[in-house]
Write a protein that binds this ligand. Structure first.
Ligand code: ATP
Ligand code: MG
Length: 369
């Protein structure tokens, strides 16, 4: 397929960065999003319509050669409708699993991949018993539609069960045992239409209030890191996955377990734009188009990358800070509390240099991560 036009369901920053990586390869893009302010619209044609609007989806399909997504909660029915007209990656079957934490965890367990202990919760009474089973140290999550820690409720002691508001029980839930992890890591794996598979170096992620704040790559290598890679590859193969899949893990002293997976490019992979030989965005597109995958190694031997998320507001005068190997990404989104509106990537040649560069940048900006 020469100069393909790629349709992206969801027009957020992931779609925007996907397009920015695809233009140099001669690809064209059309975005589909219910919001007219979707920030990918600044870099390509944006169709504004609800995901259930079949006439709009039909028109979208006429404009594009192949379809992918930047948002895993696109209704599966809409994806199945689109799939009848144009190839879709990843497939609606994968989305059906990844959209629901219960399906996702059951899939992991069925393939011998450990995940956090959980119970399905449909009522307060079920919560009472499950919370007790997990020693009142757990996290109540909506099965569907969660992101950036939204739809989560911390159970911390017997009293907190009674304080869970009634309306939480209006949607299906799961309760997960809280894991006292040593660190959180993610594995980015890309698998192409023809089965070629690659992973990027391991990413270590820090969260604040359930939102990703920083990613450091490559994470310090521990005994369990090859296991995380094996698990991610096994998941991608068992799902017959096409594109980038990101698997988030909790690591304790002697175990790793899957937290969740993202059937798309992911915030913990943004460093790869400048930090890797080939970014997650470019390889996602290559995978869908059955093109050979690009090298997923670091940009230089022994180099390291840090990705810092800008959440809520962008520090003032940032663009006036111009340093070697510091890259700014503003998404063109209106600032709002808790909203990811940009990120920066820093590169360095040793863990100490990377650490010093982060500390110095944060000080210059007068922000806290
Ligand atoms: P995102 O879309 O940003 O990945 P999400 O809303 O899908 O987030 P999770 O990944 O399930 O949510 O949780 C967000 C963060 O909350 C995790 O990265 C972790 O820091 C913390 N967390 C979630 N579940 C657990 C758990 N069972 N034990 C300990 N910490 C947890
Ligand atoms: Mg997560």
């Amino acid at each position: 397929m020469n100069n393909p036009t790629i349709g992206i369901l969801g027009g957020g920053q992931l779609a925007r960065m996907m397009a920015l990586s695809g233009y140099p390869l001669g690809f064209e893009f059309v975005f589909f999003d219910p919001s007219e302010s979707a920030c990918a619209g600044h870099v390509g044609e944006l169709m504004v319509a609800d995901y259930h609007n079949e006439l709009a989806l039909e028109e979208f399909c006429k404009k594009v050669d192949i379809v992918t997504l930047d948002f895993e909660n696109v209704p599966v029915d809409a994806l199945r409708f689109v799939e009848k007209k144009k190839p879709v990656f990843p497939s609606p079957d994968v989305l059906e699993i990844a959209q629901d934490r219960y399906n996702e965890k059951t899939f992991c367990l069925a393939h011998g991949i450990p995940t956090t202990d959980f119970e399905v919760i449909n009522s307060r009474s079920e919560l009472v018993f499950a919370a007790k089973k997990f020693d009142y140290d757990a996290i109540l999550k909506t099965r569907k539609m969660g992101y950036d820690g939204k739809g989560q409720y911390r159970i911390n002691g017997a009293d907190s069960v009674a304080q869970v508001p009634d309306d939480i029980f209006e949607v299906p839930l799961i309760l997960e045992r809280r894991i006292a992890f040593e660190r959180e890591v993610s594995v980015m794996v890309v698998r192409s239409q023809n089965g070629e598979i690659k992973t990027w170096p391991l990413c270590e992620n820090k969260h604040k209030n359930g939102i990703l704040t920083t990613t450091i790559v490559p994470a310090k290598h521990g005994d369990l890191d090859d296991t995380t890679r094996d698990h991610a590859i096994k998941l991608a193969e068992s799902l017959n996955y096409v594109g980038v899949l990101v698997v988030e893990f909790f690591q304790t002293a002697d175990a790793v377990m899957v937290n969740e997976m993202a059937p798309r490019v992911h915030n913990s992979g943004h460093w790869s734009i400048e930090g890797a030989q080939t970014s997650q965005f470019e390889n996602h597109l290559r995978a869908g188009l059955a093109l050979p995958l690009g090298d997923t190694g670091m940009i230089r031997k022994d180099s390291m990358a840090a990705m810092l998320n800008w959440i809520g507001a962008f520090p003032e005068h940032v663009l006036a800070i111009n340093e070697e190997q510091l890259y700014w990404h503003l998404y063109g989104k209106a600032p709002r509390e808790g909203r990811k509106i940009g990120h920066s990537t820093l590169l360095a040649d040793s863990p100490q240099e990377l650490h010093d560069r982060i500390v110095s940048l944060v000080k210059k900006l007068g922000v806290q991560l």
